[in-house]
Design a protein around this ligand. Structure first.
Ligand SMILES: [Zn+2]
Length: 489
């Protein structure tokens, strides 16, 4: 697949609703603030200097954090791109939006972030250098410009994405814009250019293809624990080089906002779709686990004069919260019953103190079937295949190495019931429908995803139900939830 650009202002599936919202959002001549969202693929929260990494990996993001509100406990709902970014775009968890493998598109009834912004008068664009963000899933909905390419350094990289973003900013310098930019480089195979490739490991850049085996190492069934500590450290150094390289690219985008005089009227969000593992729990890469190395992500929100600068918020939040938060920040009306996420705008404006907030729901259906909950203090998860559960005290054991589920059976039981209640919860309007992709398209996407080492869990092909209520019931049963929580007919 080659890069392509599609442009147009289609009517969209929610035209009437959005037109009504647009009428409410702004009056004639009123200037709307712009929004720029940057997601850095596979960037784990603890690898930024301002978040504790001793290395100087992130000077531009550190400077941005000083101007922004930083959420220290932000989480992705899923440990891989497609379900995680769809959560960001819908305010719904993967178990509700259903786009959690390569076999479904987002149901037409679900409003997306870009659709609501376009309906409110924004010029919208997405820069999507990843097959996992293809239009087939519904990621193009609401975008006037959808600029797509398959991933990889040999094809597209940070400069490609940022060049397109800068071009869009310049072309629409006098309009309110909603710009989404995804940056791929930090995702394996870790091929930063010189000098970034030699800065954080033993002074030796990667040779041709030298990191290609990471796709196998991160693939299903591979016990990467046999890797030598030296090899893991070297790969992690390559990953660190990609972070520095990407940090510079984000800096180019921020500089362009300055040059255009748009910094003060633009909400900038920088986050990641998930993290990356380096053998903390016997695996490399992502998709398989719900531990923090795969699900704890950075989250910075900057809006000079409107959002508190330099504030650090330590309560549990997630990408699922961003849709209601951004809509409220810029003044686009919305119905809270559309979303599972919380509106964090009052917190960003510093009108209320921090509170505990609900635990964040985590899950993966790719290469494993797991569901879990996380707060800043506790992490709990259940393997839906084996039935085993794990409970971690994140204060005493932030690396999640000592499973307390057996030693603390009462606490584990409380967390299990809490997880079940969360999994049983449905939107007030009922279940979101499931929109299966045609079989031939599913196979094309699956073939592309296999090149990343992504495969579906055994037995899942063709076995997924098309009825969302039945699917929810299946997940609840696999989680071992009590029968009274199973949804009725
Ligand atoms: Zn990703």
């Amino acid at each position: 697949m080659t890069p392509y650009t599609r442009s147009g202002r289609g009517s969209g599936s929610l035209g009437l609703l959005i037109l009504l919202l647009a009428a409410a959002a702004c009056g004639p001549g009123e200037q709307l603030p712009s929004v720029v969202i940057v997601t850095i693929d596979s960037l784990r929260a603890d690898h930024l200097h301002h978040a504790g990494d001793p290395r100087d990996l992130s000077p531009r993001l550190d400077a941005l954090a000083a101007q922004a509100t930083r959420f220290s406990q932000a989480g992705a709902s899923a440990p891989w791109t497609t379900p995680s970014v769809m959560t960001l775009f819908t305010g719904l968890t993967p178990g509700t939006h259903h786009v959690d493998l390569n076999d479904r598109a987002l149901a037409a009834t679900v409003p997306t972030l870009a659709e609501l912004f376009r309906g409110a008068g924004y010029r919208t664009a997405a820069i999507m250098p990843a097959l996992t963000l293809a239009d087939h899933f519904g990621f193009d909905r609401g975008f006037d410009d959808f600029i797509f390419a398959t991933q990889g350094h040999s094809n597209v990289s940070g400069p490609w994405s940022i060049n397109h973003a800068i071009e869009f900013l310049r072309d629409h310098r006098d309009e309110p814009i909603f710009l989404y930019v995804h940056l791929w480089d930090v995702h394996y195979n870790y091929n930063p250019p010189v000098p970034h490739s030699i800065r954080f490991q033993a002074g030796r850049p990667a040779g041709p293809g030298e990191t290609d085996d990471i796709t196998v190492l991160a693939g299903p069934g591979h016990d990467a624990a046999s890797l030598s500590p030296e090899r893991v450290a070297w790969l992690e150094g390559q990953y660190a080089g990609e972070i520095l390289f990407t940090d510079e690219q984000v800096g180019r985008l921020l500089d362009e906002l300055d040059r255009l005089g748009r910094t003060d009227d633009t909400v900038v969000v920088v986050t990641a779709d998930h993290g990356e593992a380096f053998l903390e729990h016997r695996v490399m890469g992502h998709t398989v686990h719900l531990y923090d190395e795969m699900t704890h992500v950075p989250l910075l929100v900057r809006w000079p004069g409107q959002v508190m600068a330099g504030r650090i918020v330590d309560e549990q939040v997630g990408l699922v919260d961003m849709m209601p938060t951004l809509l409220d920040l810029v003044g686009i009306p919305f119905a809270s019953q559309w979303f599972e996420g919380r509106n964090l705008a009052p917190l960003l404006r510093s009108k209320r103190p921090e509170e505990e907030g609900p635990p964040l729901l985590l899950g993966t259906s790719r290469q494993a079937m797991k569901r879990g909950l996380r707060t800043p203090s506790w992490s709990y998860q259940v393997d839906l295949v084996t039935g085993e559960d794990e409970l971690y005290d994140l204060v005493a054991d932030p690396g999640q190495q000592e499973n307390l589920a057996i030693a603390l059976p009462r606490e584990a039981s409380i967390w299990h019931r809490r997880l079940c209640k969360r999994l049983a919860h449905r939107l007030p309007g009922g279940e979101v429908g499931i929109d299966p992709l045609p079989a031939d398209l599913q196979e094309i996407l699956a073939a592309g995803l296999r090149t990343l080492g992504y495969v579906s869990p055994a037995g899942s092909k063709g076995g997924r139900q098309g009825d969302p209520a039945v699917e929810r019931q299946r997940i609840l049963k696999a989680t071992g939830c009590p029968v009274e929580l199973l949804p009725g007919p």
